[in-house]
Design a protein around this ligand. Structure first.
Ligand SMILES: [Zn+2]
Ligand SMILES: [Zn+2]
Length: 164
């Protein structure tokens, strides 16, 4: 797990302790969450899970918003127990009072499309350029042929790759 993330969790706890004038048990933190959610707080287990892909793609916002959002769930649980609403007034108080952040309920980021490799094929036409997917490029390797509809020439790999 990145040091920044760990340090941010600890800072959030120290802020909560200064604000409420009481100690809070530190959670177990894991960095193995996948999918759309940036983070999950497991209240009764006192555990935080964060999403490494979304962390890489949204680092600044993740440290600013996601970490205190999830820590606030655990702090609210330690203070008020299980009867409160997850994003109810107790949690909102911690977000606003301790972290001075707007209490946004959202846990997720739009997952960015992964960059994919394109293999550039050419024919004889002046602008004749055909970006092939890795799958199609592999089929050519197995003997499949593709032709330009205009110049009727077999498309051949130019040796160029592009990320898009
Ligand atoms: Zn939440
Ligand atoms: Zn052509």
């Amino acid at each position: 797990m990145p040091d920044y993330l760990h340090a941010r969790v600890e800072t959030c706890y120290q802020q909560a302790e200064a604000f409420f004038q009481q100690p809070f048990a530190r959670p177990e933190v894991s960095f193995k969450l996948r999918g759309q959610k940036a983070g999950v707080a497991h209240l009764t287990e006192n555990k935080l899970r964060f999403n490494p892909q979304l962390y890489r793609e949204n680092r600044e916002d993740f440290l600013k918003q996601t970490v205190p959002h999830e820590v606030a769930h655990l702090v609210a649980h330690q203070l008020f127990g299980l009867k409160i609403q997850p994003h109810g007034e107790e949690w909102q108080l911690i977000m606003r009072g301790v972290y001075e952040l707007p209490p946004n309920r959202c846990h997720s980021y739009a997952v960015q499309r992964r960059a994919v490799s394109r293999y550039i094929y050419r024919c004889r036409c002046p602008q004749g350029e055909f970006p092939f997917s890795a799958q199609r490029h592999a089929l050519v390797g197995k003997g499949r042929r593709y032709y330009c509809r205009r110049c009727k020439v077999t498309l051949s790999y130019s040796g160029e790759q592009r990320r898009e």
